[in-house]
Design a protein around this ligand. Structure first.
Ligand code: NAD
Length: 424
């Protein structure tokens, strides 16, 4: 019989009942169902309240980035990620940066932009002037929505309006600037944008459609910079190679995408570990990288007069210590405690430093031995597990594959047979 994924009222079932449906649909074994429902430190009931249609949880490894000295303060960096090498590379790069005095950082206030799209006005430019004139009234309406945010010193602080010319004609985009303090702010800003929409319709005479935060958080930037002594990074040639890699990424979007992905490897791992919205960070980072009209790198590496390496990074960083899943996810709470950050701004700056470290780690490996040696050594363990190795055989098989430089599932299977039989 053909199976159907169309289920009415699936969301009304409890996780066990939903899993029974999935078991039947996908032919899962009892063991597989048990694994799905063994949600560890995220209780199934809590997971069920976080998103919809929950049947289980998906654990990721949590590693610690070490050696981070940021603004003369030591930080341990919790990183949740499935990719080998990332935590090791970040820790190694942070060690080199430490030799040059560590990372230095800065950030702008935590201001997010909420957009309200109005269409169908007779004269969009005249409507824009009316919106700007009504700024006080619009901001007051926005701030009435979130007295808690106002009580901690945040709230809608400014307003802008832009006429954009689209394939469907002129539109007026009103932008609320909201200081989100220690929240990421999407819920707060979206609530405000929806609340002021009727006012915008009345003022403009147009029709409002979208009322939503922008993830291109150009008003909420985090920066980090560092000096790495040439000897710490591997000598003059490595410095030259990294500077040349930086110029490559600045000029070529194909390289820039991977260059930025390298920095985001570290940033996203921390964002995930703390229960923050990593899609918002990735969207913001890539949009920011393309803001000048062509996609380019988020970081720059140069050589100073001494021959040492100077690196800097700047990107939007919409993260919070409050709201969303940050306070509800038990591991996210612990991760924030380990980080020890006291404000969303401090957190954003730490993330910029992690991104710069990760970028340095990747570039250094790329200009030297290439990333495959280190990467594949760690990856060999994953391959061994995928081939069916268990317990001590995982390391034995992985080490042998690395020595042979044959890190492949077929070789892992052969080795499991060979080494497994010699151990029996
Ligand atoms: P939230 O609404 O859960 O928490 C923020 C609220 O906490 C504030 O509005 C304020 O009332 C209160 N608060 C208490 N103390 C505060 C302090 N010190 N600083 C700031 N606020 C304080 O969460 P949020 O941050 O508004 O929204 C984040 C969530 O929105 C995330 O889960 C994200 O995934 C989701 N989201 C994202 C998008 C997007 O496009 N990026 C869109 C919709 C929703």
């Amino acid at each position: 019989m053909k199976k159907s994924s169309s289920v009415s009222g699936f969301y009304k079932l409890n996780p066990k009942e939903r899993l029974a449906f999935v078991k039947e649909f996908a032919g899962l074994s009892d063991e597989e169902c048990l694994l799905l429902q063994n949600t560890g430190s995220l209780p199934l009931d809590l997971a069920d309240h976080m998103i919809e249609n929950v049947v289980g949880a998906f654990p990721l490894p949590l590693g610690m980035g070490v050696n981070f000295l940021i603004n003369q303060q030591d930080y341990l960096i919790p990183m949740a990620i499935e990719e080998p090498s990332v935590v090791a590379a970040a820790s190694n790069a942070a060690k080199m940066v430490r030799k040059g005095g560590g990372f230095h950082t800065s950030s702008t206030p935590p201001i997010m932009i909420g957009q309200i799209q109005a269409v169908g006005m007779k004269d969009a430019d005249a409507a824009k002037l009316r919106v700007l004139k009504a700024k006080g009234e619009i901001l007051k309406k926005a701030n009435e929505q979130d007295p808690v945010l106002a009580s901690v010193g945040g709230g809608a602080i400014d307003l802008d309006a832009r006429v954009i010319h689209t394939s469907l004609g002129a539109m007026l985009i009103t932008e609320l600037h909201v200081d989100c303090r220690d929240a990421m702010g999407a819920n707060a800003v979206n609530t405000m944008a929806e609340a002021v929409a009727p006012l915008i319709e009345r003022i403009t005479g147009g029709r409002v459609y979208l009322r939503i935060i922008s993830n291109l958080a150009t008003e909420r930037l985090a920066r980090a910079w560092c000096t790495v002594p040439k000897d710490a990074v591997g000598g003059e040639d490595v410095v030259h190679g990294i500077v040349s890699a930086s110029a490559f990424a600045a000029a070529d979007p194909y390289r820039a995408a991977t260059h930025n992905k390298g920095a985001l490897n570290g940033i996203i791992a921390v964002v995930l570990a703390t229960g923050n919205d990593h899609r918002a960070i990735e969207a913001g980072a890539h949009a920011y990288a393309a803001l000048k009209g062509h996609y380019t790198s988020l970081s720059v590496w140069e050589k100073n007069g001494n021959g040492d390496l100077l690196g800097s990074i700047e990107l939007p960083m919409a993260v919070g210590l409050i709201g969303g899943a940050v306070r509800t996810h038990p591991i996210a709470n612990i991760a924030i405690k380990i980080l020890g950050v006291k404000t969303a701004n401090e957190f954003a700056e730490v993330l910029a430093a992690v991104g710069l470290a990760q970028n340095l780690g990747a570039l250094r490996a790329l200009v030297q031995e290439g990333i495959q040696r280190g990467h594949m050594s760690l990856h060999a363990r994953n391959i061994a597990v995928a081939a069916g190795a268990t317990e001590e055989l995982i390391d034995l098989v992985a080490e042998t594959m690395v020595k042979e430089r044959k890190i492949r599932v077929d070789r892992a299977r052969e080795l499991i047979k060979e080494l497994g039989s010699t151990r029996r």
